[in-house]
Every structure is written in C-alpha cells, then in structure tokens.
Design a protein around this ligand. Structure first.
Ligand SMILES: CC(C)(COP(=O)(O)OP(=O)(O)OC[C@H]1O[C@@H](n2cnc3c(N)ncnc32)[C@H](O)[C@@H]1OP(=O)(O)O)[C@@H](O)C(=O)NCCC(=O)NCCS
Length: 157
C-alpha cells in the first residue's frame, strides 16, 4: 500500500494499492464522465489490459477508505524517469479531492525512490481540469510535446 496519510474532502483516507484477485473487477469498472472520454478510455479496464501486456507500466487501485474509486499507473522510462499515467477517478467520486490526494501520494512515492529520477506525466492541452490539478501539485511543462500531449515534470522548490 502507498499511503501519504492524505484524505479527501469528506475525510476519507486515500491510498493506492496493488490490483489483486479481490479488487480487479472494481478497478476495471472505474469510468470517467461521458464528456471526459475524449481524453481517457471509457473504462479503466483498458489500462488494466495495457499494464498486463506491458513491462513498463504498473496499475494501482485508488481507494477512499475501503472503496475502490479510481485507477492510476506508474512506469519507468529508458532514461530512468518515473511516469504517472492512467489517472481516472470514477465519475461518481469526482470533485471530492480524491484525484489531488492520489496524484500527490504517487508523485511523493516516486520522487522518494533511489536515484533522484525526475517524475513526469503528460496531458492533453484541452484537458483543463487535469492541467490545473497537475500544475497545482508542482508539475511544470517541460516544453516537450509527445503524442499531442504536454509533458510536465515535478518541480518543487
Ligand atoms: C482529472 C481528475 C483525475 C481529477 O480528479 P478529482 O478527484 O475530480 O479531482 P479533485 O477533486 O481532487 O480536484 C483537484 C483539482 O482538479 C481540478 N479540477 C477537478 N475537476 C475540475 C473541473 N470540473 N473543472 C476544472 N478543474 C477541475 C481543480 O484544479 C481541482 O482543484 P481544487 O480542488 O483546488 O478545485 C478527474 O476529473 C478525472 O478522472 N478526469 C477524467 C480522466 C482524466 O482526464 N485524467 C487525466 C488524464 S491526463
């Protein structure tokens, strides 16, 4: 379990846990709002298939207390940089502070890994909520665009 002790606005404890035999169905069923499907797949199931087929990415379940509320994944690039991807909070659980807690928890955990590798993520420039969230956590655009997405790196003073 990855736990920075953060809570959502309802006071629920937000943690990141491995996808396992008990929770994988709930993680697969995580769905964004319909109007967000331009930026993310219709179900987190797509990310689970990707991470099962990939040596790079690892999926995590986002929990609020004991309820699965989202999906996020992390990976290591050839240059050692750590990446965050696949961030989706279920439509029924958005705007409660869970996304912020989940990204901060994963970013802190990746930044603390040996080697001091940069922590990066990318987002579509039209995805204003995601851009605002990442910027407020300390992710700053690097100037690189990959697959039409803005690459941003965690920079904390
Ligand atoms: C982006 C996402 C993960 C945020 O999760 P969330 O739990 O709803 O976010 P939070 O409640 O923690 O809000 C965090 C910040 O996100 C931004 N945000 C969230 N919803 C927003 C909205 N509807 N409009 C504008 N900004 C918004 C705000 O900056 C907010 O900060 P605030 O709490 O100071 O207002 C969620 O909206 C989501 O799953 N979207 C669909 C998938 C997606 O776009 N993923 C990112 C791909 S790069």
């Amino acid at each position: 379990m990855i736990d920075s002790g953060l809570r959502d606005r309802a006071g629920r404890h937000v943690t990141l846990r491995p996808v396992d035999d008990d929770n994988w169905r709930a993680v697969a069923d995580v769905a964004p709002r319909d109007d967000q499907r331009a930026h993310v797949p219709a179900l987190a199931a797509r990310y689970l298939v990707l991470t099962m087929r990939s040596d790079v990415w690892t999926s995590l379940a986002v929990y609020a207390d004991e309820t699965v509320v989202g999906h996020v994944m992390w990976g290591v690039d050839d240059d050692g940089s750590r990446w965050i991807g696949g961030m989706v909070i279920d439509a029924t659980e958005q705007d409660r502070g869970i996304g912020r807690a989940a990204v901060r928890t994963l970013a802190d955990w990746l930044a603390a890994q040996d080697g001091g590798h940069p922590v990066r993520l990318s987002y579509h420039p039209d995805n204003a909520p995601a851009a605002a969230l990442y910027r407020s956590i300390g992710f700053t655009p690097t100037g690189t665009v990959e697959d039409d997405e803005v690459v941003a790196e965690l920079r904390r003073g």
